[in-house]
Every structure is written in structure tokens, then in C-alpha cells.
Design a protein around this ligand. Sequence first.
Ligand SMILES: Cc1cc2nc3c(=O)[nH]c(=O)nc-3n(C[C@H](O)[C@H](O)[C@H](O)COP(=O)(O)OP(=O)(O)OC[C@H]3O[C@@H](n4cnc5c(N)ncnc54)[C@H](O)[C@@H]3O)c2cc1C
Length: 429
Amino acid sequence: MENSRKKIVIVGGGFGGIELAKKLKNTNVDVLILDKHNYHTFQPLLYQVATGGLEADSIAFPIRKIFKGQKNFKFRVTEVQKIDTEKNRLNTTIGNIDYDYLVIATGSTSNFFGQSEIEYNAMPMKSIPEALNLRSMILQNLEAALIAETPEQEAALLNFVVVGGGPTGVETAGAIAELKKHVLRNDYPELDLKKVNIYLVEGSPALLSAMSVQAQEKSRQFLEEMGVTVYTETRVQSYDGKTLVLGEGKQIHSSTVIWSAGVKGAIIEGLNPDAIVRGNRIKVDVTNKVEGYENIFAIGDVAAMITDQTPNGHPGVAPAAIQQGKQLAQNLLAILENKPTKAFEYFDKGSMATVGRNRAVVDIKKVRFQGVFAWFAWMFVHLMTLVGFRNKLVVFVNWVWSYFSYDRGTRLIIRPYKKKNLENTSNDI
Ligand SMILES: Cc1cc2nc3c(=O)[nH]c(=O)nc-3n(C[C@H](O)[C@H](O)[C@H](O)COP(=O)(O)OP(=O)(O)OC[C@H]3O[C@@H](n4cnc5c(N)ncnc54)[C@H](O)[C@@H]3O)c2cc1C
């Protein structure tokens, strides 16, 4: 007798994939998550790992543990390389895997807009290995600055540049400024702190362009108070690993350029090219079904649900991925029971960004606030959304410790950073 249970394969154990699989618990389907990592990453706190504020383990959670006891769930660590839509089959690094329904929840990857020299020389921060690379590099450069042979070398090692004035760029620049103010003084007494410079470079006229004008202005004010030099309406022209060339002839000599200037969908080869739209995202209908297919869906950052209300798709944020995962679980079950599906409706919970101790900005619909209360709100929301009680506790204890001690605990070069060979410039780790 033919097995009537359908197999739903989800590629990606991020915010969307995890939520979808959870909502399929105790249903009459088999669920398989495939991910190249065996853990879920809480990306909003990656910058704290990169700047020595949190240990990497506290923002990662083993995917198998999330689904402990879920009988219809399986997980495999593998990278999906290609979709064979004719055969309903995935080509992966551990062999072929067949599906009845496929959900692509692969998130996004850093976008260097085709500038391979910048891609090779600048540091992305989209995954835990990348954040750890960055932590090592920042610390290695500080060590190297102490033994620099020329003033030019020393200046480049002590100039830290963050490119991209969205929440990640603002938060990273703020965290490096705090590192300089509270930590370097004690750890590197020989360093002349006046020589340590932090720059934030943004192409558009304002920081946090998706937020209110109050949040934009206040975040800039906070950063400048903390000693960050902010350049807006300034585009990066080139970066050869030593000199960052900006528009209007500006140049910054820097060994550390952190790239948070854009993302693109982490698509998998094999879909009809017509289904791929702006930003390398996959075009889906209001039920997250990929255009041109009946049994392939996409959710989260990689999906572009283009409607009159959302001409650019939904924002690439965790709540959009989670809500799409939740809704798609209901729709997949409805499809299997020949019931009508429901159109996805995004509930915008607002946006927030933290700049540093006691300094954050929050927009919740028409309610906007900045400063200490916003900072507590930011911490509360991030603690609550972290996966796992242990992680919540570890992060909470770390934050309380840092608040009172002015210290950042994990300044370790455990795996020294080495630049990749030129042939292998892919940053997707
Ligand atoms: C530094 C940073 C800060 C952020 N801060 C915030 C914030 O404060 N608030 C907010 O709401 N959002 C924030 N975001 C955005 C948020 O993290 C994303 O919107 C969210 O993670 C998208 O969820 P997702 O499920 O689509 O993908 P992800 O959570 O990115 O998960 C994708 C998963 O797919 C896996 N994968 C990808 N390709 C393959 C493949 N070919 N084979 C196997 N596995 C694959 C990856 O390993 C990953 O586990 C931030 C993002 C970054 C990078």
C-alpha cells in the first residue's frame, strides 16, 4: 500500500524554517529540515559575538534539541546544492533527497553588489563563523598595532570602518566604540586611544533609513557622542585591503572594514529564472507558493511576496520569517485536506536598534522613543526571542555583568583569522 503521509522538506533551520516545522508537530506529515549548520543562529546578536560581548554558544541552539520529542521530525546537516523540480528531488552534499513538498527557507547572504575586490577584502557578518573571524581579526589588529613598524601601518590597524548604516551597522559601530572606551584602556595601556578611530559609512542620506526621522537623528547623535565619525551620502568606491576609497575623494586607511551594506536572497540553483526577482529573492504568491510551481514554497528573507501593498516584498526581518512559517504550516495542512488556503498578512511589530549602553531607538507604529527606556525594551525583546532557556540566562548574566563591570568578557583569539586564497572568495560559511 502506498504511504499516504506526505514528506515536507524544509531547507534552512532559521527563524522561518524552525517555526514552520514546530507548527507541523502532531500532524499527519513527515518533516525533514536540512541545514548546513547543526544549529539555529540568532543573527540579531551576531555583532556582540564579533565585538567580544557574548560567546558564540549563547546565540546558537542545536536544531535537534529544539525538536526533541517531535515524532514526525528528522534533521540532516547538509548543504543543498540544486533542486531538480521535475523529479521532486534535491541534490545535496550527502546525496539526493526526495520531497513531496519543498519549502525554501534559506535566508539571505551578504551582498557586495558584484564588487569582488571588496568581497575579498571586507569582513561580512552573517553567520557565527564570520562573527568569530571578525572578533579574531579585530583583536589581532590591535595586537599588531602595538608592534607596527610605521605610523601608516599603525593608523590602518587602528581605523575601524563599518559600511552600511542599517541596524547592524549602527549596532556594530556602537559596540566597537564601547570596546574602545571601556576595554582597550585596560587591556592595551600602551595604546594611544586617540589613534583609535571608528567610522560608519552610509550611502543614503540617513542612518536607519527604514525607521522614523527621530530614530535616524537620535542614533546619529548617540554614535557621534560615542566618538564614531558618521559619513552619510557617501558611497564606497573600492577597498584593496589597505585603503577604503569613498566618494568625493575621501580615503580611509584601514585594515578592518566590516561590510553590512546589503543582503541578497540565498537562492538554490534549479528554479525557473523567472521566479527570481530583485535582490535575488524568490517570487511567491500570497500563500508563499513559488511562482510556476505547485509544490514548492519559499518563506523568510529569501521570499519576495510582491503585492500592491508590498511592491518590494516584506522586510528581511525575523518576525516576517516567523509569521510566514506559521501561516505556511496551516496552508500546507489545508492543501493536503483539500481545504481553502489563507493569504498571508504581515503584522509589523515595529523596529528597534541599540547604539550602546543606555542608548537605543524604538519605533512601534506611531509610538517612538529613544534612550534608556528604549535600551531596556531592546534588551527585553532580544532576550525573549532567543531560543533556549540556557541561552537567555547566559546572555542576561553577561549583560548584567558588562553593565556593572564595564567589561566585555570574550576577547579571545581562539581560531586566528587568516585571509582566504583569492580563488575562494565565497564568504558563505
Ligand atoms: C547581523 C544581523 C542582525 C540582524 N538583526 C535583526 C534584528 O535585530 N531584528 C530582526 O528582526 N531581524 C534581524 N536580522 C534579520 C534576521 O536575522 C533575518 O530576517 C532572519 O534570520 C530571516 O530568517 P530566515 O528563516 O528567512 O533565514 P535565516 O534565519 O537566515 O536561516 C536560514 C538558514 O538556512 C541555512 N541555509 C542557507 N542556505 C542553505 C543551503 N543551501 N543548504 C542548507 N542550509 C542552508 C542557513 O545555514 C540558515 O540556518 C539581522 C540579520 C543579521 C545578519
